[in-house]
Design a protein around this ligand. Structure first.
Ligand code: PMT
Length: 220
């Protein structure tokens, strides 16, 4: 019997959204459920990898054999991912990290005094780009791209700009796949290549993506 394909590999996965607090009762977030990232963590562990999962606020059980670190905001996710990155073979940036966060978190609940409310936001650090530029960078840094149009052009732009080895793009505008759903479909790009994973349950899509990743690790 052949050993599992990811035996001896260390895989770091980020999953879910981040919540950026506005005041003690409100936050800015997005629609990620964490299902895709948790499916990747589960599939990587089943393929023999030692898996660390950094999870934003989600309502999902930890997959068997996976080490899980829970975080809330983008700054916390950055800290946890950068601390865990050295010594990893693969980073899978599945998390939908907030791009902007409030300049200040109000100490008390904001009262409904005006008809309009202006919130000042500031850009968050790009966790994926920082992992890719890290001195002790994982051998394969894989990003995700959630797009509603021009999938290939935007995904390839992120691949180059963020210094990635591979990017998995999903069209989040289509019903039944992408955010929150049980199914997904991915178009995977790397320099000089493309592979399409057709719509299937996220567990199956995860296994196919990890097979592509195992091919790349074995070719290195
Ligand atoms: O969680 P599910 O409901 O199962 O949905 C899965 C998913 C659609 C969220 C997932 O498959 C996905 O596409 N994740 C990435 C979503 C996203 O934030 O895409 P983006 O195009 O905004 O970001 C591109 C890449 O940069 C991502 O790898 C993201 O993790 C990373 N990023 C973005 C901003 C930031 N500040 N730091 C980052 O690391």
């Amino acid at each position: 019997l052949a050993p599992p394909r990811l035996a001896g590999r260390r895989v770091l996965v980020s999953a879910g959204p981040t919540y950026e607090d506005i005041d003690p009762v409100r936050f800015i977030g997005n629609r990620s459920s964490g299902k895709m990232g948790f499916a990747l963590a589960a599939a990587a562990a089943a393929m023999g990898a030692e898996v660390t999962l950094v999870a934003g606020p989600v309502a999902l059980a930890t997959p068997p054999g996976v080490r899980r670190l829970d975080v809330r905001g983008a700054a916390q996710m950055r800290e946890a991912v950068l601390a865990a990155a050295p010594g990893q073979d693969v980073y899978l940036g599945t998390a939908a990290v907030a791009d902007y966060t409030p300049v200040q978190v109000r100490e008390h609940k904001i009262k409904k005094t005006g008809e309009t409310l202006v919130l000042e936001l500031v850009r968050t650090a790009d966790v994926l780009a920082e992992v890719a530029a890290h001195a002790q960078r994982p051998r394969l840094v894989v990003g995700f791209a959630a797009e509603t149009e021009e999938l290939e052009a935007y995904a390839r732009d992120k691949l180059e700009r963020k210094g990635l080895d591979m990017i998995a793009a999903n069209e989040v505008g289509r019903a039944g796949q992408g955010f929150e759903t049980d199914d997904n479909a991915l178009a995977v790009f790397w320099r000089g290549g493309r592979h399409d994973i057709p719509r299937a349950a996220k567990g199956e899509v995860a296994r196919q993506l990890l097979d592509l990743i195992a091919d790349r690790l074995e070719a290195q």
